[in-house]
Write a protein that binds this ligand. Structure first.
Ligand SMILES: [Zn+2]
Length: 117
């Protein structure tokens, strides 16, 4: 399952952050999952819950925010949120000379730590 390798690298990023901030535990992990990322939110959750045992994330809650697709038009320069639907056509000027600027990746949005003081 693709999601297991994603969670595995996500965990090492989180552990790295936690170490740098002297956190003793992570309470919340928020990730953004693009609609075109190929990541299945349900599978991601299962993978996270499997991996988190005996890690700094053991009691962490995983929040998955699905990110819409957005494009930027190279002709008129406008950015458009396309929702769930992928279309490369700019709704403002009809150009097909566009690039996808959001919705293709999965990324870590925020973390909440418990810090010893
Ligand atoms: Zn345009």
């Amino acid at each position: 399952m693709h999601e297991f390798s994603i969670v595995s690298s996500l965990m090492s990023i989180i552990e790295d952050y936690a170490r740098r901030h002297n956190a003793k535990a992570v309470s919340k992990v928020v990730v953004g999952v693009g609609r075109l990322s190929g990541v299945e939110p349900d599978l991601l959750k299962i993978a996270f819950d499997t991996f988190k045992e005996k890690t700094i994330c053991e009691n962490a809650e995983l929040v998955i925010e699905v990110e819409n697709i957005a494009i930027r038009c190279r002709d008129c320069g406008r950015e458009t949120d396309m929702g769930e639907r992928l279309s490369r056509k700019c709704p403002h000027c009809g150009s097909l000379n566009t690039e996808i600027i959001r919705g293709q990746d999965m990324f870590l949005k925020s973390l909440e730590f418990e810090i010893d003081d």
